[in-house]
Design a protein around this ligand. Structure first.
Ligand SMILES: Cc1cc2nc3c(=O)[nH]c(=O)nc-3n(C[C@H](O)[C@H](O)[C@H](O)COP(=O)(O)O)c2cc1C
Length: 199
């Protein structure tokens, strides 16, 4: 059994899987290039369909010239808490690839799935490196396309807030009740042998 203060795994897993969670309170820390690129490095080694590596990471650090532009694409609620993060990353995927000798770009059918693999690698490395991450699907993908000059055949998938966990009472009151690790469905509801047998 693997246990953290709030979560218990029903089978033995490396502690990082249950210790990673997504806070909304962030402290004032700044993140160095070296610390940030360690997270991208972990994501780089994620598996992808045909090793296509469709992920691209566009980042802004807090207090940089591009920070406000990144914040502005987030939904209002997400912007409230994410504004204190040390960095924001927009994970973009290539949706098609132009192969030599082919007239049309070929679609990359697994690009969104591959993005998930890259995101979780980044999140787990962050946890191992003493950082917290929070994935954000609530942002305006078209606004991100304009703001970050994302071209055709690429698609914004996920915003990721990265920072050190901050103090609960410095988080806007509306988010405070949810500021703790949440739980998961039991394995019995998720795993079946031989055939689909879920209720
Ligand atoms: C694809 C994706 C989109 C998400 N979008 C948001 C979001 O818009 N706002 C938010 O506060 N949290 C968002 N989350 C965070 C999830 O709610 C959170 O990961 C989930 O509740 C599990 O909690 P944990 O990460 O703390 O284990 C998102 C997470 C993922 C993976």
């Amino acid at each position: 059994m693997t246990q953290s203060s709030e979560r218990t795994a029903s089978h033995a897993v490396a502690p990082v899987f249950i210790e990673r969670w997504s806070p909304r309170s962030f402290a004032a820390d700044t993140i160095s290039d070296s610390e940030l690129f360690t997270l991208f490095e972990a994501a780089r080694w994620a598996p992808s369909g045909n090793n296509s590596q469709p992920w691209r990471f566009i980042y802004a650090k807090r207090d940089s010239a591009s920070w406000t532009g990144f914040l502005n694409v987030l939904n209002e609620k997400n912007r409230l808490w994410a504004s204190k993060a040390s960095a924001l990353v927009i994970l973009v995927t290539a949706t098609a690839v132009q192969r030599e000798g082919e007239a049309q770009p070929s679609p990359l059918r697994n690009h969104a799935l591959d993005a998930g693999a890259a995101w979780v690698s980044l999140a787990l490395q962050a946890q191992l490196s003493g950082w917290k991450t929070h994935g954000i699907g609530g942002f305006d993908k078209e606004a991100a396309r304009q703001q970050l000059a994302i071209p055709e055949h690429y698609q914004a998938q996920l915003a990721i807030a990265i920072g050190k966990q901050g103090l609960l009472d410095e988080l806007a009151e509306e988010f405070q009740p949810r500021e703790k690790p949440n739980q998961r469905l039991p394995l019995s509801a998720l795993v079946a042998e031989g055939r689909f047998s879920f209720s």
